[in-house]
Design a protein around this ligand. Structure first.
Ligand code: 3NM
Length: 215
């Protein structure tokens, strides 16, 4: 699949650990989010995930069929065997995860996203950028959805990285309906969220509000 920066507009990140360890709830959220118009999905089993690899593959395959039907790119967080097993479109990695050059060599067809927290990490990632399609920059605001998360960088911190980046940026971390407009003037391609969608009482409304950031 070719990378399209507009696919970063509203990027749902989700795994069973975000929805009380219930795979059926992951499926419900992904389906509702695709129906509501999310533009990318990342399947992320991490932190305190209780699923074994076979269960991840089974759930990932269901997410793959929903996202395929909706024509929405699917990424997997830092698990190349899982990404290949479910025929994901791409892989997202953080600093300290599997090096992107290594992934690109093994699976050159996969789209690649890389997390960057600040200008220092951006500079250190320079050599990787040639094989990366987009950067995830954050946490924009405080978040409880991720273990060992770094300090919030605020809209200014997102701006400092996004304005220096040659790659499209998706902001992530603590982005909710009621603060997302603080990111509206920044040079970003979109917003990535977990709880703004997984904990939403109206996914259609939430996705519409999040779309407003880059519209
Ligand atoms: N990565 P929520 S913050 C998965 O800063 C993830 O790299 C982050 O969850 C980073 O939208 C984060 O509920 C959690 O705050 C995002």
């Amino acid at each position: 699949m070719n990378f399209d920066p507009t696919s970063l507009m509203v990027y749902l990140v989700v795994g069973s650990q975000n929805v009380n360890d219930d795979p059926n709830e992951v499926i419900r959220v992904v389906q509702a989010a695709c129906d509501a118009g999310v533009t990318s999905v990342q399947y992320r089993e991490k932190d305190h995930s209780k699923l074994n690899q076979a269960e991840k593959v089974a759930l990932g395959q269901k997410i793959r069929s929903i996202t395929k039907a909706a024509n929405v790119p699917l990424y997997v967080d830092d698990d190349l065997p899982l990404a290949l097993a479910i025929q994901a479109d791409g892989l997202h990695v953080g600093q300290g995860d599997t090096p992107v050059q290594e992934i690109h060599q093994v699976a050159p067809g996969l789209l690649l996203g890389l997390s960057v927290h600040d200008l220092k990490e951006l500079a250190a990632s320079e050599a990787d950028l040639a094989v990366v399609d987009y950067l995830g920059v954050g946490p924009a605001f405080a978040t409880t959805s991720k273990e060992e998360v770094k300090e919030a960088i605020g809209p200014k911190g997102v701006f400092s990285v996004a304005s220096k980046s040659s790659l499209p940026v998706v902001a992530i971390g603590g982005i909710q309906e009621d603060n997302c407009q603080e990111l509206a003037e920044l040079p970003i391609a979109g917003v990535a969220v977990i709880s703004a969608i997984t904990a939403s009482d109206d996914i259609q409304r939430s996705v519409q509000k999040l779309r407003g950031v880059t519209k």
